[in-house]
Design a binder for this molecule. Structure first.
Ligand SMILES: Cc1cc2nc3c(=O)[nH]c(=O)nc-3n(C[C@H](O)[C@H](O)[C@H](O)COP(=O)(O)OP(=O)(O)OC[C@H]3O[C@@H](n4cnc5c(N)ncnc54)[C@H](O)[C@@H]3O)c2cc1C
Length: 335
């Protein structure tokens, strides 16, 4: 898949704000912080977040109809134009020492920042089995809509269930040479749909327990409740098991409610000074693109005020009508 954005090389310098998550909340936050001249980095595992899975958005104010990914890309392009930098990576550790946040990523980069905005909503559920991390993008995908067409005419495995499973089956079965459908229960509603296709074999009551291959995914091991295992040759495996919040790295610095959401006040502030949170991640009652975008902006304005205070600027932003001079200079310099 190609994205119409530039992905930056990591820098060692101190950022004003690091935004964790490249969904609509993180991208909207970056637009605001970068426009006000804050040195802004977005670290994100993917481009677009959950909206990558939404083919059509009809309820974003001002836009009649748009693909979910296109919507986030538009916002990211705006943010990049104001100087935001984007890194595709996963944050695995967050520390705060002497007023500076230290962010460590899975690829081994360490970035420092005066403030952090956590906008890491939800990510696709992983299997957490042997071999999984090695094959992401090499035959293993968590997005049928995004990557399905890449495996046209191939032997594809799909691990899913329920309505998501039906949707994924209807996208993959017509293009696959052979589709292996692995569904966790024997009575799942999606099985009726699967058997309508002549090229689908169903493993009901099975789960994927291991993945193998050299350069790319070649085999998966599936296992049922009795412990019976089978090795299946595949060109690709799609996992569509829903979304989950993966925020263990944040837990020492935030309060979490019973729904595993980060508790924030009306300014997007967490219990740690300089750490803000936004979007689906936080304890807001409604999970919608426009709500996430707005909460990203709230967290951004709070981060701008926080960073400015640390620089000795006492004037508080309550609105953002004028671009900062710093931002303008940075843009001109970049051009
Ligand atoms: C299929 C589907 C259809 C939808 N349709 C609509 C709709 O029509 N209208 C609407 O308003 N809303 C819709 N939504 C809801 C909407 O997509 C979400 O409310 C919104 O996208 C949440 O945005 P977010 O930025 O808060 O979080 P997310 O979109 O979840 O983004 C989180 C980002 O953080 C990244 N991340 C997570 N952990 C880490 C980490 N440790 N390190 C680095 N990056 C990390 C993820 O990779 C992701 O990029 C839909 C959702 C889905 C799944």
């Amino acid at each position: 898949m190609f994205y119409l954005i530039s992905v930056s090389e990591m820098h060692k310098e101190l950022y004003d704000v690091i935004i964790i998550g490249g969904g609509i909340a993180g991208s909207s936050a970056a637009l605001y912080t970068a426009r006000q001249g804050l040195r802004t980095a977005i670290i994100t595992m993917d481009v677009g977040g959950q909206l990558r899975y939404a083919n059509v958005i009809e309820n974003y104010p001002g836009i009649e109809l748009i693909g979910g990914l296109d919507l986030v890309l538009k916002v990211q392009k705006q943010a990049i134009a104001f100087g935001a930098e984007i890194f595709i990576d996963e944050v695995i550790l967050l520390n705060k020492s002497e007023g500076i946040f230290i962010v460590k990523t899975r690829r081994g980069s360490i970035l420092e920042s005066l403030s952090v905005i956590a906008a890491c909503g939800k990510a696709p559920k992983k299997l957490r089995v042997r071999g999984e991390e090695n094959f992401i993008g090499k035959g293993l995908s968590y997005c049928v809509v995004c990557d399905g067409p890449l495996y046209k005419g191939r032997r594809i495995a799909l691990n899913s269930f329920g309505e998501n499973g039906i949707e994924a089956l209807n996208l993959l079965a017509p293009i696959a040479k052979e589709l292996i459908y692995i569904v966790p229960t024997k009575t799942d509603v999606s099985i009726q749909e699967a058997v309508k296709y002549g090229n689908v074999s169903v493993y009901s009551g099975y789960r994927v327990v291991e993945l193998y291959g050299d350069e790319k995914l070649e085999k998966i091991v599936v296992m049922n409740g009795n412990g019976d295992r089978e090795v299946v040759d595949v060109d690709a495996l799609f996992i569509e098991l829903g979304f989950e919040t993966q925020i263990d790295f944040l837990k020492p610095y935030v309060d979490i409610n019973e729904r595993n959401e980060v508790v924030v006040d009306k300014y997007g502030t967490t219990k740690t000074e300089g750490l803000f949170a936004a979007g689906d991640l936080v304890d807001m009652p409604y999970k919608q693109a426009v709500v996430s975008a707005a909460s990203g902006v709230i967290a951004a304005l709070s981060a701008i005020n926080y960073v400015n205070r640390r620089r000795g600027i006492v004037k508080n932003f309550v609105s953002d009508w004028k671009k900062s001079g710093v931002s303008q200079q940075r843009r001109l310099f970049r051009l």
